[in-house]
Design a protein around this ligand. Structure first.
Ligand SMILES: CC(C)(COP(=O)(O)OP(=O)(O)OC[C@H]1O[C@@H](n2cnc3c(N)ncnc32)[C@H](O)[C@@H]1OP(=O)(O)O)[C@@H](O)C(=O)NCCC(=O)NCCS
Length: 218
């Protein structure tokens, strides 16, 4: 029987289910446990959150994937700012990963972002999940982060409109939405409202440590 796949905007009724899904998908992937479910819980109230790009993917009536965005900025050497989008958290339920559902959500959300007038997305992520969706190293588009000339390996750029970045040097200015996760007591208190789950080490944590603590130099 053919599966039915629907991509639609998230509604308030979906909030808890999407938080559960996000917790499940991120658990132990980047750190023992996860804080991404708290992040999205908080980001929906942040001024940089873009509700027009808050999508869920339903497979046979069940939400199995989600993508959210905040606005972010690129600043050129003259201090001129360009508003862009930054995707994340993006997740697919572990039982349904590696079936191109993540790619499908990205493609859909990028189309909607383009219709809103955005032409660039920049986010941190594991390159292996993104390069087949047109993301390139920030080095290739001269997008620095933290300091001019610093090109983190995990910082990825997708032009929603080809050629949108016109050869200038840029500094990436992320939203402050993720700062909420620095409050580890709040993260733990929120996580305690979900069923207990064991925190553990996983090799993907070391992989992401390498990506997020290294830079592209040439
Ligand atoms: C990352 C994630 C969203 C990707 O979604 P997905 O539906 O599993 O991925 P897709 O099937 O769309 O595949 C996307 C790309 O990942 C890579 N990929 C897919 N299967 C892979 C595998 N078995 N091994 C290595 N890379 C693989 C490929 O490059 C693939 O593109 P391709 O099919 O054109 O070759 C999902 O795995 C997930 O939720 N992971 C946990 C949370 C997370 O890490 N989120 C992203 C934050 S950086």
């Amino acid at each position: 029987m053919q599966e039915s796949i629907i991509i639609r905007l998230e509604t308030e009724k979906d909030f808890r289910a999407v938080e559960e899904l996000t917790r499940e998908a991120f658990w132990n992937v980047y750190k023992p446990g996860a804080d991404e479910h708290y992040y999205l819980h908080e980001m929906r109230n942040h001024p940089d959150f873009l509700p027009e790009l808050d999508f869920v993917l339903e497979l046979d009536g069940r939400i199995v994937a989600s993508i959210l965005f905040t606005r972010a900025w690129l600043e050129d050497e003259e201090g001129q700012r360009k508003e862009i989008v930054s995707c994340g958290p993006l997740c697919v339920h572990p039982a349904f990963q590696r079936r191109k559902l993540g790619k499908r959500l990205i493609r859909h959300a990028f189309g909607a972002a383009r219709e809103m007038g955005y032409d660039v997305n920049v986010n941190f992520g594991n390159p292996g999940n993104y390069v087949t969706s047109g993301f390139v190293s920030c080095r290739k588009k001269d997008v620095s982060c933290f300091a001019w000339g610093n090109y983190p390996t995990a910082l990825l750029v997708a032009e929603l409109v080809p050629g949108a970045l016109d050869g200038r040097r840029w500094l990436y200015i992320p939203s402050t939405a993720a700062d909420c996760c620095e409050d580890t007591a709040a993260v733990a208190a929120f996580d305690a409202t979900f069923p207990p789950k064991e925190k553990a080490w996983a090799p993907s944590q070391e992989e992401f440590y390498i990506y997020s603590h290294s830079s592209v130099v040439r």
